[in-house]
Design a binder for this molecule. Sequence first.
Ligand SMILES: [Fe+2]
Length: 296
Amino acid sequence: MIIEHQQQLTQAVLDVMQKTPNPRLREIMVSLITHLHGFIRDVHLTEVEFRDACAIIAELGHLTNDTHNEVVLMAGSLGVSSLVCLLNNGDNGNTETTQNLLGPFWRLNSPPTKNGDSIIRSPTEGAPLFVKAKLVDPDGQPIVGAEIDTWQSNSEGLYENQDEAQADMNLRGKFTSNENGEFWFRTIKPAGYPIPTSGPVGRLLIAQERHPFRPAHLHFLAFKEGFKTLISQVYFNDDPRLETDAQFGVTRALIGNFTRHTNAAPAPDVTGEWYNLDYVFKLERGEAKLPRPPIK
Ligand SMILES: [Fe+2]
């Protein structure tokens, strides 16, 4: 098609997209062009803005390496990661799900840990926290013998691989669910933390007067053949930033009922305040597949 007017351009591109042999790629490209051209018309994108946008996208790539992924950070900061998660879980977005974002800090080979043991592997400040969780199938029956990784930040918001002061694998563990589908362990109450702000994501947050913090949370990854691998985070109900998570990860289903106590200490060395969490993860049937660790 020889283009005589801007209005014809979109149709000319769509005509080409329609010839894509692979049906799924065709569907994606036709919809992408429709929305992308619509967006450009909607905001009447200027030439300067277009050049800036291209530079930002290139910068996202340039800043991405083995230890940092600015592309994923931007996807999270625009709510794209959460939308993809919520659309593809909970019966394809129709019901509540305990699936959530993986985040950058999951590592392979967390240390196998017995139920009831602590995941504190070097001196770590923070209120004691006793976690008990249960895995159930879609019928509510316990999932026995699943492997569950847990990982979290310390009370300063740092994961062990960001912090020289923590032992390797501190606040990480690998548990196995018992005959009731349960696993349990001792840890400390973590703190929320800021996402990296040195690149385009940080500049966007400043331009929008958004803080960079994620509310405090525990991470979980549960693996069992026959079930879609559960990737989850449970958020602290007392965190003031639950409604303003920089990554839009908090859903109602994932706000844990963390309970503060000041007496009836559950271990002889616990004095003062301590917390407990009881939580149930519902897994969907599907393919058990481990993700690739996001960073090295
Ligand atoms: Fe995290």
